[in-house]
Design a protein around this ligand. Structure first.
Ligand SMILES: Nc1nc2c(c(=O)[nH]1)N[C@H]1C(S)=C(S)[C@@H](COP(=O)(O)O)O[C@H]1N2
Ligand SMILES: [Mo]
Length: 304
């Protein structure tokens, strides 16, 4: 199952020329458009390939949301160097067979890291395409042993005022928290990212380990995680608590459900230039074939 989404490029492989020659292969490995009959010579196939052209390392690492380091897009790249990411450990607790404090190295020695090229769609209606390195969250959860009764997974970011200047402003009720339903967390598209373009993930992108859930708005992808809890009830989620009608718990990318203050029908691709055309936003950010079944029978307007 997981193989389907895998590509195994290393940093050395990822030259622009290589990407150009292998775009078709990358699309096939991306999860986007699979099964939609778009892989071929058609105009849509061309469009699909262009939509999955990765952004540059520079773009991905200088236009970030990481409010612990300031609310400006360039604040994290400027300020996040103060975060101490080694040593790092993650507390895994709640309804698990093997609760404990796991070092980042211990986790990395157990899991299988691979490359996933995913679209990232922010709720602010911009997007980019990122070649992540990471492992399936399910891989980690299966190793610690999820117990019966666990229905959700809760995540917390580090809460270190000395290293995170943004914590001085009460923008959110720190620490940053997010949550997934267990089936979303166990889905093979859901990864813990530890790298970008084959390099260690930079601090501004959530070092040393951040969640990536490609069919949900970017803010669900919580950065610099220090705690993972398996729980029975729907956990707290920072943006949902900030304003529940603007930011639902599910936050699935959905062009038909607008944010109360702006449309979600289209998006601006980062790096596309000032006059680049906006792109239509795709249902579940292009991963509908893979995840629609998770929400069968749910009103996605109500459970936005
Ligand atoms: N801890 C934490 N995680 C966070 C955020 C944040 O402010 N703090 N911002 C989120 C938002 S809004 C987005 S769009 C993505 C951006 O990820 P990137 O900077 O790697 O592109 O991170 C998400 N994870
Ligand atoms: Mo975002």
């Amino acid at each position: 199952m997981a193989r389907r989404y895998t590509s195994n490029l290393t940093w050395d492989d990822v030259t622009p020329e290589h990407l150009f020659l292998n775009r078709r292969q990358l699309i096939a490995g991306s999860g986007a458009m699979l099964g939609a009959g778009l892989i071929g010579g058609s105009a849509q196939a061309q469009e699909a390939m262009e939509a999955m052209e990765p952004n540059t390392f520079e773009e991905i690492t200088t236009y970030n949301n990481f409010y612990e380091f300031g609310t400006g897009k360039d604040d994290p790249a400027r300020n996040a160097h103060t975060l101490v990411t080694s040593p790092w450990s993650v507390e895994i607790d709640g309804l698990v067979d093997n609760p404990g404090t796991y070092s980042f190295e211990d986790i990395m020695s157990e899991v299988e890291v691979e490359e996933r090229i995913y679209r990232l769609r922010c709720v602010e209606a911009w997007s980019m395409v990122v070649p992540w390195n990471g492992f399936e969250l399910a891989d980690l959860l299966n190793r610690v042993g999820v117990q019966d009764g666990a229905r959700y997974v809760a995540f917390e970011t580090a809460n270190r005022p000395d290293e995170m200047p943004g914590l001085r402003s009460p923008v959110l009720d720190w620490p940053y928290r997010e949550g997934l339903r267990l089936d979303e967390a166990m889905h093979p598209l859901t990864i813990m990212a530890t790298g970008i373009y084959g390099r260690d993930i930079p601090n501004q992108n959530g070092a040393p380990m951040r969640l990536v859930v490609p069919w949900k708005y970017g803010y669900k992808s919580i950065k610099s995680i220090v705690r993972i809890s398996l729980v029975e009830d729907q956990p707290r989620a920072s943006w949902n608590e900030y304003s529940a009608n603007e930011y639902g718990f599910y936050s699935n990318v959905n062009p038909e459900v607008d944010h109360p203050r702006w449309s979600q029908a289209s998006e601006r691709r980062i790096g596309g230039g000032l006059f680049a055309q906006r792109q239509p936003t795709l249902m579940f950010n292009g991963y509908a074939d893979e995840v629609t079944s998770l929400y069968e029978g749910m009103d996605l307007d109500e459970f936005h």
